[in-house]
Design a protein around this ligand. Structure first.
Ligand SMILES: Cc1cc2nc3c(=O)[nH]c(=O)nc-3n(C[C@H](O)[C@H](O)[C@H](O)COP(=O)(O)OP(=O)(O)OC[C@H]3O[C@@H](n4cnc5c(N)ncnc54)[C@H](O)[C@@H]3O)c2cc1C
Length: 451
């Protein structure tokens, strides 16, 4: 796992945080790893040559590997840590339509037709990943739970209403507005001003999904090599690539980068195009099922419109609430993150003031400047990344599309092709500006009344 710009999951400083209400012995590993721990590392010798080397064994890399291996390519997936140690087993397991951008923003940038195509592609990513789960028979507790997007302000509710009207008409989106007076049907709190229910969005167990995908990839004949961090990618005179890894050199005809929020100095051009951020989650101790159902009656996935962007859900067994958010932009300890998230959770559910927590963990997501997913080829290297915190559907989808591009298959085309992907000004790889951005967000949070 690359060590820059901050240790990925282990915080750099750990002052004792008050107010976290963590149980003694609380774990800083993802709650999901209880049912699906990371597998024992595969440290079999690396081949000297392969057709395609894929860097990163999360959803993107594994999905690309599956398509390529089944097309007969020799595939080596190189993972710095252990397969799944990145965001793909750490996330909230909310599966939706792939990206966060609204019609108005997209139409202004790309025009109406392209905006509609991009939004349709988001829905296609959801369809693809659900059908991947079903056709591969991956038991990952997928349910079509629906998602409730809660409006923090009155004007958020109004703009969501306009957006839903357009998307119903243009893309056939299945969504309904829920006014504030009826929101207790979805979530038992008064802090929101109503919201939107997205009926086709769902829930899954992210680590079981990853585990199933990994098994299918190995079953298709690809090698997934753990503890094989790639530190450099060079070009040989014969046109092939030479990868320097922690376990030796490998020659590859094609290189695919699938490192998203963990992209490091081995991919300097991509790194300058992404801002890596941490997202944090906490899990409650076991609660009576009636308590959880009383707070989230239909078992929906809940996300918010406020800048602090909290998201939460019942666990698949309905006995815990998993509550996440952008607790900070710069590194904080799991205890500090738990304290901040708990404060936000109690703001939403005052009845949870005495609830204790068993897990606090985080993972990295990657934001391009335009918050759009990006797929393509840069300096001869294939990449798909930049999911901006919404990759459960999009990462497997774009991994598959990227594999089709490698195979020269016209079905690899996506509405995200040719979207400009400029470097972020003054960004050389280390996101030096995050503390300043953190301050801006804290001020914004205060103005929104959410800190
Ligand atoms: C806390 C959290 C909550 C989230 N919740 C949701 C959600 O509810 N819904 C949703 O849609 N999305 C969510 N996301 C986002 C989603 O998890 C990601 O978009 C998705 O997992 C990205 O998959 P990936 O395969 O591209 O990257 P990752 O799963 O992050 O995998 C990248 C891999 O690359 C490896 N790597 C990096 N550098 C190297 C190197 N040099 N050599 C070899 N390997 C390397 C890393 O070790 C890592 O394993 C969340 C993310 C986080 C962190």
């Amino acid at each position: 796992m690359p060590a820059e710009p901050e240790a990925a999951h282990v915080p750099t400083h750990r002052p004792a945080a008050t107010g976290a209400n963590l149980l003694p012995g609380a774990s800083f590993d993802p709650w999901w790893w209880q049912a699906a721990p990371l597998e024992a590392p595969d440290t079999a010798p690396l081949p000297r040559h392969c057709d395609v080397a894929i860097i990163g064994a999360g959803y993107t890399g594994l999905s690309a590997a599956l398509t390529l291996a089944r097309a007969g390519r020799s595939v080596l997936v190189l993972e710095a840590d252990r397969a799944g140690s990145g965001a793909s087993t750490r996330n909230g397991g909310m599966i939706g339509s792939g990206h966060r951008l609204g019609f108005a923003v997209l139409a202004e940038q790309f025009g109406k037709d392209r905006a509609v195509a991009i939004l349709r592609e988001g829905q296609a990513s959801l369809d693809f990943t659900v059908s991947l789960i079903e056709s591969e028979r991956i038991d990952c507790q997928f349910t079509r739970s629906g998602r409730f997007r809660a409006a923090w302000r009155e004007r958020d509710y109004e703009s969501m209403g306009r957006e839903v009207d357009i998307l119903r008409r243009e893309t056939g989106l299945e969504a309904d507005m829920v006014p504030r007076a009826e929101q207790h049907r979805e979530v038992c709190t008064d802090v929101y001003r109503g919201g939107t229910v997205y009926h086709r969005h769902g829930a899954l167990h992210p680590a079981l999904f990853h585990r199933g995908l990994l098994a299918r990839v190995r079953g298709a004949g690809a090698q997934v090599a753990d503890h094989s961090a790639v530190s450099a990618i060079g070009r040989e005179k014969n046109g092939s690539y030479a990868l320097v890894t922690a376990r030796g050199r490998v020659a590859a005809g094609t290189v695919v980068v699938a490192t998203n929020g963990y992209t490091g100095p081995e991919s300097p051009a991509l790194r300058r195009r992404l801002v890596p951020l941490s997202s944090y989650l906490i899990a409650t101790e076991p609660l009576p099922a009636e308590t959880v159902a009383g707070l989230i009656p239909k078992g929906r996935m809940i996300v918010e419109t406020r800048s602090r962007h909290c998201y939460y859900r019942p666990s698949p067994d309905g006995r815990h609430i998993l509550f996440g958010g952008r607790a900070a932009l710069s590194a904080i300890s799991p205890e500090q993150a738990a304290a901040r998230l708990r404060r936000l959770m109690v703001q939403v559910f005052p009845s949870m003031a005495e609830t204790r927590f068993t897990h606090s963990w985080n993972g990295r997501i990657a934001f391009p400047r335009d918050h759009m997913p990006h797929i393509g080829v840069l300096d001869g290297i294939y990449f798909a990344l930049g999911y901006s915190g919404s990759g459960v559907a999009m990462a497997p989808y774009l991994g598959h599309k990227l594999a089709l591009k490698v195979l020269g298959d016209a079905d690899g085309r996506t509405a995200f092709d040719d979207v400009p992907f400029p470097a972020i000004p003054f960004h050389r790889g280390r996101p030096w500006f995050l503390p300043a951005l953190d301050l801006v967000y804290r001020i914004r949070d205060r103005l929104e009344g959410s800190s």
